[in-house]
Ligand binder design. Structure first.
Ligand code: AMP
Ligand code: GLY
Length: 426
């Protein structure tokens, strides 16, 4: 091993982390790649460490010292909200990802709404409640449609877009039944949704790609919300002019506000936007790459990921200008039966090699290896990703590759990308 390369620890075990591992391992700066816990997909690009408790900052620091880790990349939100980056900072180990205080941008919806109010960042009007009576009075004064959200990390499940007042009242009663719970009630925004990513160093932000996803489980955007059944990048609706507006009116004021509060944000800021008639408005922030959005961003990033993430982590993005392929990318998630509810595990997956031979990248999420066989072991199991000259071509290639995967139990949406390219005829 060259001594000028880095030992990198990647934290996480999803499809997002498989995509990050795939990209990190291609960097000339990456010597050894360790992944904790990792999954069978990440094992192709580095060494998995399933035994490390990634929620325990002290354990992560001890692991880094033992393994000589030079740089840590944190994939999911939970270790960030638990303060793993704070522990790494205190130990002097360079890391990519926000501190616990800065991760509140995702961890608390109320925190973000109040930051928006204080710094004039466009978002839906809102109010925050911990008691049912004032919350119900507010609902009745506002009327439906209206949106009710649980405060805290809820993986998208704590959001009720209520079409009727009765639905909104039921949501408030349900969410406030837990002692100590808080709800955010907000104005219903109409428009098209898109995701915008910005690499941040505490002071500066650099645009880092756009995407659109499909949250509902079934074709035609029907059924319950999921973590995302597919995505594509770029988001055609986010024109360069709109991107500039998002940077100036949403991202930069957020960074300025977080810095002014003494909790600067370093890491990737993932803005969920509603493109309303009045301009882009923030729906929510995530403080990490999206899953499956990361699976379409990484294949489009033509430059080196490692220096960009290190510069953001070190607080110095000056001079970082990420290079993107002009190609589009699209990913289709294959999920286990029952997702997003209780899933059936253990069915065998074959044909990943055949799908990759057809030109796709198959990122693994909920899989496990047993006796030389690859088995489904989670809700979202695979993300079959392809690139193309445009979204239509990427879509055609992704579905052609997916057809080669031999996993009869798995299911997927047949209309990923419809907003960008119209209904699929096949
Ligand atoms: P969130 O977890 O805050 O991203 O909300 C999940 C989904 O609920 C979003 O992706 C939107 O589709 C929808 N949603 C959230 N807030 C609003 C809002 N204020 N108006 C309309 N739809 C919303
Ligand atoms: N795909 C949505 C998320 O990562 O939160």
């Amino acid at each position: 091993m060259r001594t000028d390369t880095l030992t990198i620890l990647l934290i996480g075990s999803g499809g997002r982390e498989h995509a990050l591992a795939w990209k990190l391992a291609q960097s000339p700066a990456c010597g050894r790649l360790l992944v904790a816990p990792g999954n069978p997909g990440t094992a192709a690009h580095g060494t998995n460490h399933p035994g490390l408790d990634v929620m325990d900052g002290a354990a992560v620091v001890a692991f880094c010292r033992r393994e000589g880790v030079d740089f840590v990349v944190v994939g999911p939100e939970a270790p960030l909200v638990a303060g793993v980056v704070d522990a790494l900072d205190a130990a002097g180990i360079p890391a990519f990802g926000p501190t616990r205080a800065a991760a509140q941008l995702e961890g608390s919806k109320g925190f973000t709404k109040e930051l928006c109010a204080e710094f004039g960042i466009p978002t839906a009007d809102f109010a925050r409640f911990s008691a049912p009576e004032p919350a119900l009075a507010y609902l009745r004064a506002r009327g439906a449609p209206i949106v009710v959200k649980a405060d805290g990390l809820a993986a998208g499940k704590g959001v009720v877009v209520a079409e009727t007042l009765a639905e909104a009242e039921a949501a408030v009663a349900n969410l406030l039944a837990d002692p100590g719970a808080e709800v955010v009630i907000e104005e219903f925004l109409s428009g098209e949704e898109a995701s915008f990513f910005a690499l941040c160093d505490g002071t500066r932000a650099v645009a880092f790609g756009t995407a659109q996803d499909h949250k509902r489980v079934h074709d035609g955007d029907r059924g319950p919300n999921t973590g995302g059944m597919g995505a594509y990048s770029p988001a055609p609706i986010l024109t360069p002019a709109l991107e500039a507006e998002v940077m100036a009116r949403i991202i930069q004021p957020t960074l300025d506000g977080m810095r002014a509060r003494g909790t600067p944000f370093r890491g990737i800021l993932y803005a969920g936007l509603m493109l309303t008639a009045e301009g882009p408005k923030l729906i929510e922030y995530n403080v990490r790459f999206g899953d499956p959005e990361c699976q379409v961003l990484m294949p489009r990033l033509s430059g080196d990921l490692v220096p960009a993430l290190r510069a953001a982590g070190a607080g110095d993005l000056a001079g970082v200008a990420p290079e993107w392929s002009p190609q589009a990318a699209l990913t289709v998630v294959m999920a286990a039966p029952g997702y997003p509810g209780t899933v059936a595990r253990g069915s065998e997956i074959r044909g990943i090699d055949a799908a990759e031979a057809a030109g796709a990248l198959v990122f693994q999420a909920g899989t496990k290896q047993a006796d030389g066989r690859l088995l489904a072991d989670g809700g979202r199991v695979l993300a079959v990703t392809a690139t193309g000259a445009g979204i239509a071509e990427a879509q055609a290639r992704a579905y052609a590759a997916l057809a080669r995967i031999d996993w009869p139990e798995g299911f997927y949406r047949r209309d990923i990308g419809w907003r960008a390219v119209g209904p699929r005829s096949a």
